[in-house]
Ligand binder design. Structure first.
Ligand SMILES: [Zn+2]
Length: 181
């Protein structure tokens, strides 16, 4: 089911998500909603707090940019290794119409539970590495703007406040200016 995506600034997007005890039917339903909402947006990543759910669950599908990749659902993901640095122009489904260059690790290893509850470990490269760092930030109450200067954050906050007012009055959502995560 496609659900509404919270728009930044929003208090829920500042909160720490709780780890999942068991990958049960409710978590699997949440994963389906995350995929449905991400594909409808469209975007290449989405984290549960963006749907207002403070649980450590995220989905990724970077195949628009990485055809050799595949979709991932990650429960309780942990970045266990970071290698190198890279800069990528990121967007966010919670911050539509904006995109900024963010410096992150070039490659990361992530350990997580998959949608069946099995432990997995994957080495992420390219956009998948960017996206998994972006989405795990959402699980600890961070957005990509937290990696930027305070001035940039203030300017984008002002534009987002205006967009939220306009959206409250009417109109379909604006497309994201970058790869939306
Ligand atoms: Zn995001």
């Amino acid at each position: 089911m496609v659900r509404d995506i919270l728009l930044w600034p929003h208090p829920t997007l500042r909160k720490q998500a709780a780890p999942v005890d068991a990958v049960d039917a409710s978590v699997q339903a949440l994963i389906r909603d995350l995929f449905d909402t991400m594909y409808a947006a469209p975007g290449v990543g989405l984290a549960a707090p963006q749907l207002g759910v403070l649980r450590q669950v995220l989905v990724l599908d970077t195949r628009p940019r990485q055809p050799e990749s595949r979709p991932f659902a990650m429960v309780n993901p942990r970045l266990v290794e970071r290698v190198g640095t890279t800069v990528y122009r990121e967007g966010c489904l919670s911050i539509p119409g904006e995109a900024e260059e963010v410096e992150r690790a070039e490659r990361v290893r992530v350990e997580y539970l998959d949608e069946t509850g099995q432990p997995q470990s994957v080495l992420c490269e390219g956009l998948l590495a960017i996206a998994v760092q972006h989405e795990t930030d959402h699980l600890v109450g961070k957005v990509y703007l937290d990696h930027l200067s305070p001035l940039t954050r203030v300017l984008i906050r002002q534009r987002m406040r205006r967009r939220k007012r306009e959206r409250a009055m009417a109109g379909p959502p604006a497309a994201s200016a970058g790869d939306a995560l």
